[in-house]
Design a protein around this ligand. Sequence first.
Ligand code: NAD
Ligand code: WQD
Length: 338
Amino acid sequence: MKILVTGGTGYIGSHTVVELQQSGYEVVIADNLCNSNAGVLDGIARITGVRPAFEELDLTEGEKVRELFARHRDIGAVIHFAALKAVGESVQKPLEYYRNNLNSLMNVLASMRECGVKHLVFSSSCTVYGQADVLPVTEQTPRKPAESPYGNTKTMCEDILRDVAKVEQGMNLLALRYFNPIGAHPSACIGELPNGVPNNLIPYLTQTVAGIREQLSVFGDDYHTPDGSAIRDYIDVVDLARAHVVAIRRLMEGKNKANYEYFNIGTGNGLSVLELIRAFERATGEKVNYKIVGRRAGDIEQVWADTTLANRELGWKAEVPIEETLANAWKWQKHLME
Ligand code: NAD
Ligand code: WQD
């Protein structure tokens, strides 16, 4: 069975391609390489022994997407990762974000309908919850108005899936709401590719320890949390990748309970920024040079997932201990500098 993985040379996509191939699926990747490079295919091949088929194309071009589906008539399901994802940049370039993220999804759905491809797994985000009133967040927790155009594209894409599922009864659409994906494959053959100065905590932290950045800024120690720093649910990228394999299997085996479903994908544990720094130091024996600074605009105070639904319905659970995840993130950083 062939799976189309859009954005498959990206961070989460590449780890998912590895898990899919290791579970016996054939993969074709479609990516325009706007935030990744074709060298990732070598990394995937080193781990799995199989180089996935690769189609370089921009998914906002509907005709190109149609031709892609025509070239691969045996696509049985799609995992749609392709999107622009930088929150701050989306505030500066809202049109680019709406155009890229919405058109890509709509083109993929239109071609699926034309070609009779039934199953799709979509990358959503805990960003749709904003600062929830009650923690942990369940799938029933109300979504809040998005803080950024990027976040809004996730809410809007979820709405598109819900509306399409209502009329396309033969289609099965499933959104995974990721919490904070971190880490890298334990082989250090693939991982997150830094693009300029990182905004996210872990790449900034590992680059600081590597001497590329002078000091990590911890954004705020005056939150209403036990140590004052903000809390997130950090999910290992290989655990996250595995969630896609079980989601695909659920759809292909017809085990879904509705033709649009959504699941939280996190560990179920909240960790503060300061706790994460300590865990990194324990895991690697390295010292993190950091200072406390003011809060970052737009940050929420705390969020972590209730993963009961994914545990029960998908039979999936996060397994990698945080120290192992952080050790893999460090191993990947060192690999990037070789
Ligand atoms: P990434 O940037 O590493 O991967 C996305 C890939 O999509 C890149 O390889 C990029 O080149 C490709 N792409 C983007 N627009 C495209 C287009 N129009 N046509 C073809 N390819 C295109 O990002 P990631 O961290 O792997 O994220 C994957 C998905 O997960 C995204 O949808 C993202 O919004 C979502 N997500 C990510 C996080 C996170 O923290 N990393 C959290 C929640 C949700
Ligand atoms: C984590 C924590 C920061 C950098 C973002 C998106 C979200 C989702 C995941 C896609 C926060 C603190 C960070 C630094 C710090 N992506 N921090 N110093 O903001 O939780 O989520 O990625 O859907 O939509 O918003 O992730 O890694 O940027 O921050 O203290 O240099 O680390 O304040 O508490 P975030 P992050």
